[in-house]
Design a protein around this ligand. Structure first.
Ligand SMILES: [Zn+2]
Ligand SMILES: [Zn+2]
Length: 213
């Protein structure tokens, strides 16, 4: 049994996720904590629930999803797991931070690359890696088939999709990713996106205006 905790962090209102099991083992996905207060909020949640963070994951490496990588690495000793095609995006993040007036110190530790069909293990539970490029070249999602949810990053939002005007973005590729990788999942799968409210695959198939027809 997995529990999904959502935090909304940083001036871009990015969703940071902690996924944990009954054994209190936790995954930290896209730590967008930018301000010290936000880091404190995350640390306090982990502490008060006696969680033991065991893995740090990024769905992709736009700045709003990676602000807290370095802090997680230093605080919990976790190295970063991401898709290889995001390495360049990660390296560029501090520069885009300067452009947006959101300077930060980037994660400089080891990189571990994930790819389609890799399995993230958390005790007895597992999340499958699904490739969904388009918003960013190495965007991936983490899917719990057993518990019917997916951490989708910025690929799919409630009645919207990720922007594709940033470097490495491609609208047609994103639409193809959503149709061929996400819309093939059962309708009752809950989608936890990188921004905004949660939704379901079924709801998006019906109401997402970017995917009509
Ligand atoms: Zn993004
Ligand atoms: Zn984002």
């Amino acid at each position: 049994m997995l529990t999904v905790k959502i935090f909304s962090f940083n001036p871009v209102s990015e969703n940071t996720y902690i996924v944990y099991n009954e054994g209190n083992e936790a995954l930290i996905i896209d730590p967008g904590c930018y301000f010290d207060e936000e880091k404190k909020t995350l640390a306090q949640f982990i502490e008060s629930n006696r969680l033991r963070p065991v893995q740090l994951l990024n769905t992709h490496c736009h700045l709003d999803h990676v602000f807290g990588n370095k802090w997680v690495y230093e605080t919990f000793g976790l190295e970063l797991f991401l898709h290889a095609n995001e390495e360049q995006v990660l390296k560029f993040a501090p520069q885009s931070g300067k452009m947006w007036g959101l300077e930060f110190e980037n994660y400089e530790g080891p990189l571990h690359f994930l790819n389609e069909h890799d399995v993230i293990k958390l005790g007895q539970d597992q999340l499958k890696v699904i490739n969904t490029p388009g918003h960013s070249p190495g965007s991936i999602c983490f899917y719990s088939e057993a518990e019917r949810f997916i951490i989708a990053g910025d690929a799919l939002f409630k009645e919207s999709i990720g922007r594709t005007d940033l470097p490495g973005g491609n609208h047609d590729v994103l639409i193809q990713s959503i149709k061929e990788q996400l819309f093939v999942l059962p309708d009752n799968v809950v989608v936890y996106p990188g921004h905004g409210d949660s939704t379901t695959i079924g709801h998006e198939k019906k109401y997402n205006p970017f995917l009509k027809g």
